[in-house]
Ligand binder design. Structure first.
Ligand code: BT5
Length: 346
């Protein structure tokens, strides 16, 4: 088959998948799929077969047509379709298995048009958390995704700085970390109606148990510029084995009592991340601060934070998108603790 025909066949398959997905587990008549998917009736069975080869479970009833079993398998086209974002999710790729989606994201950052790329995987061989810890997720059940954000110089865009000054760094690690956690909590709520609480610096909790973790990493690129990768692991439908976690974990499905559509969750989170990344890039961080604080129950609580070899114990005063956690230590002194290198230990 020449490449033009392959592209057309893939586009038809994507369109059919969209139509089936949008029916949310209901049947779509073969005539409708052909008409709206611009497919000759004789080609529909082959198109359905190609989607089945992509791992989608599609059922056929002679009387009713075709239906996609929900929740369906992750699919890059479905995540992209109807996303409506400006930067995050301009392109989406989806893998069966990778080492870590963050590594694939960094590798992809060298390619043209990588800004906003979303990398999803059904499973990770070496999913990582912060500070050398692991992220463990049963295959095919959860959301494991990473987003590439290139600074404007790298992305070939106009830097968003006043008087042509390029703010440095353009996307502060601190702000992106809290924006990612907030986006995850907001997206989860939009997709499933579950209100998550934020635990600085990078956890989303439901009733005190961890449902999502965020890992923001920054690399300088060989060609110049900086690449920030926002990695997120969301327990949509399954928990990690108990021996792999040192604190309680929870999944969305467990809370809801039913399986969750990962595509809906991923899209909702990406939409919110797009909004917050735009705010940060424009230097508008007050809104981020207020929205974050509204979901954070830590203020005025006494916590102990391990930070670069020392432990700081005191009362949480605030979380600043640029300065990190602001703590009034038990001895009355104040300290600002940055997300990178900090872990709340008690
Ligand atoms: C995090 O680290 O919470 C950041 C996790 C980021 C994972 C995503 S998945 C996609 C992308 N690609 C990657 O390789 N990583 C990112 P941290 O705060 O260090 O928490 C890690 C700790 O959480 C572990 O030591 C475990 O105790 C616990 N943990 C591991 N897997 C978990 C899970 N699925 N659910 C809840 N807790 C988990």
């Amino acid at each position: 088959m020449n490449s033009g025909i392959i592209t057309r066949v893939m586009k038809s398959a994507d369109r059919v998948l969209e139509l089936l997905y949008d029916r949310r587990g209901g049947f779509v008549a073969a005539d409708e799929l052909c008409a709206r998917g611009a497919i000759a009736p004789g080609r529909l069975a082959k198109t359905i077969e190609s989607l089945q080869q992509r791992g989608q479970a599609i059922e056929f009833s002679p009387a009713q047509g075709y239906r996609l079993a929900m929740p369906c398998r992750l699919d890059a086209h479905l995540v992209e379709h109807g996303l409506g974002t400006r930067r995050v999710g301009r392109n989406v790729i989806c893998f069966d298995e990778v080492g870590s989606t963050n590594d694939v994201a960094f590798d992809s950052a060298r390619q043209a048009g990588a800004d906003g790329l979303v990398v999803l995987a059904e499973s990770q061989r070496a999913g990582r958390g912060r500070l050398g810890r692991k992220w463990v997720s049963p295959p095919g059940k959860n959301v494991l995704m990473s987003v590439v954000l290139l600074d404007p110089q790298t992305a070939g865009e106009t830097p968003a700085g006043r008087e042509g000054r390029i703010p440095s760094p353009l996307l502060p690690h601190e702000a992106v970390t809290i924006a990612a956690g907030l986006a995850a909590a907001e997206g989860i709520e939009a997709a499933c109606g579950l209100a998550g609480e934020l635990k600085w610096p990078n956890d989303v909790l439901i009733d005190g148990a961890k449902v999502c973790g965020v890992l923001v990493e920054v690399h300088r690129l060989a060609k110049g510029g900086v690449c920030t990768v926002v990695g997120m692991g969301i327990n949509a439908n399954a928990l990690p084995p108990a021996e792999d976690v040192d604190r309680p974990a929870v999944s969305l499905a467990e809370r809801l009592g039913q399986a969750v559509d990962r595509i809906e969750v991923a899209r909702a989170v990406l939409r919110r991340l797009d909004v917050w990344v735009a705010n940060i890039a424009q230097g508008r961080i007050d809104e981020l601060h207020d929205a974050w604080m509204a979901r954070c129950g830590m203020v005025n609580h006494r916590v102990s934070v391990s930070y670069r070899g020392a432990t700081h114990t005191g009362r949480v005063l605030d979380v600043s998108p640029l300065e990190g956690l602001i703590l009034c230590r038990d001895d009355g002194t104040y300290v600002h603790l940055k997300a990178r290198g900090a872990t709340v230990v008690g």
